[in-house]
Design a protein around this ligand. Structure first.
Ligand SMILES: [Mg+2]
Length: 230
């Protein structure tokens, strides 16, 4: 096969932390804002930066440059305190270790992440389930790199180029995710979109969003490989 860049979403694509991420975000936001009963903003597949920004606006708080870094530092403490909840309530989705291992072991495939999680949280989540050694975190795009998910595609491609000298193109880049926002990121950023219906979005809605391929889950490694190759 030709060389391929595969960028994985995390939540409800590779693993499911059973809402612990949302709880951590909410308690960190309560601490940040001093508003325990703040308005939540919902919407899977957003970057953490966008999520934080929208939550600030929903609670009529001022947006300044230092807000998001300060929020991430507060959130760090919550992640440390809730580490056991993540492993106890969370789970790796079917087939994920197998396909990640295959990609890691195949020299033609560069495998990293395109996730709304800030990088530090992406690392925490994968480490919690022993998946961290399958991907090169330095090559991915994260929710603290840019507010808009679509921008993360080019950020990841640039990192890959700088580190490996390989310039991937829209035809040789594939995004794997579970939400319409993942699909849109691929369409906006220039990549093929493989959608997996292990999140809250039904297969038909992922198709309507423009996904090139839709899978029920990642359990069948052969079928996933076929989808990745297009
Ligand atoms: Mg997701």
């Amino acid at each position: 096969m030709g060389t391929l860049l595969v960028l994985w979403d995390i939540d409800k694509t590779l693993l499911d932390v059973d809402g612990v991420g949302f709880e951590i975000f909410s308690s960190a936001f309560a601490e940040f804002s001093g508003i325990p009963q703040h308005k939540d903003t919902r919407g899977p597949g957003r970057t953490e930066w966008r999520w934080f920004h929208d939550t600030l606006l929903a609670n009529e708080l001022q947006v300044t440059e230092e807000c998001f870094p300060r929020f991430l530092r507060l959130q760090d403490a919550q992640f440390e305190a809730r580490a056991a909840d993540i492993t106890q309530r969370g789970r790796v989705l079917p087939g994920v270790p197998e396909i990640l291992r295959y990609c890691a072991d195949t020299s033609d495939v560069v495998s990293s992440l395109l996730t709304g999680n800030a990088r530090r949280n992406a690392e925490r989540k994968l480490r919690a389930f022993g998946l961290d050694h399958f991907v090169d975190f330095d090559l991915g795009g994260y929710g603290d790199d840019h507010m808009e998910r679509g921008e993360l595609v080019e950020i990841a491609r640039r990192r890959v180029y700088e580190r490996t000298g390989t310039q991937f193109t829209p035809a040789t880049t594939v995004i794997v995710g579970d939400t319409p926002n993942d699909v849109r990121a691929a369409l906006d950023g220039g990549a093929r979109a493989v959608a997996v219906a292990t999140g809250v979005t039904a297969a038909a809605d992922l198709r309507a969003a423009g996904a090139d391929v839709i899978l029920d889950d990642l359990a069948d490694t052969e079928a996933v490989l076929e989808a990745l190759l297009g």
